[in-house]
Ligand binder design. Structure first.
Ligand code: ADP
Ligand code: ADP
Ligand code: ZN
Length: 215
């Protein structure tokens, strides 16, 4: 069982993915997490990606498609994967379609976690992320505080506000979402894979709606 999670920045894709990983033993493929890992490792991919991420722009499609293609070739994807934060452009969706055919993978649905913009801004400005890049657990100072102030419940590392989480970068990312990513709603409506999820409810209810789609 494979799933695409669509939704604006802050909609809850990462949070829902991590819950599905626990409940369904699926693997999470988060292009954002992979890119932050590459930056931390100082790889040439990371160096190229950093300037786009810090500005709140999208990383070029060719780089992203390369990352996803090699990740999909890893063995654990055969147990089912969740694409979190990919595709983000129509061109990425077209590239994905080719990769899926090539690997004989099928997608159950493109589940779009839908949340009003004013809530997205609130969530992004109160999001905190574990600074340990091999963890990247997601917290929120309002809706999901850690048990110990500013420390990750899972690994004890410090929680940080991401460097692309300034007010200007957040606003810019939401504009880019509307311009480049929202067209995927009509893309996946045409393929019959589109399902809208109400993301403006408590996290367990959002996860249950997604589980209903994939059961
Ligand atoms: P958020 O959780 O706020 O939506 P992500 O962690 O998914 O953010 O992504 C952070 C940044 O990484 C994006 O703003 C963008 O610069 C880059 N990025 C991640 N995934 C993609 C993608 N599929 N295409 C282009 N850029 C991406
Ligand atoms: P995305 O990956 O789509 O950018 P995240 O999963 O990182 O979104 O969630 C953004 C922020 O909102 C995080 O701080 C997270 O704890 C919080 N959050 C996610 N889902 C909900 C929800 N249903 N209700 C309240 N807060 C949420
Ligand atoms: Zn952690």
């Amino acid at each position: 069982m494979n799933l695409i999670l669509l939704g604006a920045p802050g909609a809850g894709k990462g949070t829902v993915s991590k819950s599905l990983v626990e409940k369904k033993q699926m693997v999470q493929i988060s292009t954002g997490d992979i890119l932050r890992n590459e930056i931390k490792n100082g790889s040439s991919l990371g160096i190229q990606a950093k300037k786009y991420i810090d500005a709140g722009d999208l990383v070029p499609d060719e780089l992203i498609l390369g990352i996803v293609e090699s990740r999909l070739n890893e063995d654990d994807c055969k147990n089912g994967f969740i694409l979190d934060g990919f595709p983000r452009t129509v061109s990425q969706a077209e590239g994905l379609k080719k990769m899926l055919i090539k690997n004989s993978f099928k997608i159950r649905a493109a589940a779009d976690i839908s949340v009003p913009e004013e809530i997205l801004i609130q969530r992004l400005s109160s999001r905190r992320t574990c600074s340990n890049v091999s963890c990247q657990a997601i917290y929120n100072v309002i809706s999901k505080p850690p048990k110990t102030d500013n420390k990750c419940d899972l690994c004890g590392s410090e929680l940080i506000q991401r460097s692309d989480e300034t007010e200007d970068a957040i606003r810019h990312r939401l504009e880019i979402y509307t311009e480049k990513t929202a067209p995927l709603i009509s893309f996946y409506s045409q393929t019959g894979e589109y399902v809208k999820i109400n993301g403006n409810q408590d996290i367990d209810s959002v996860v249950n709606e997604v589980l209903n789609v994939i059961k």
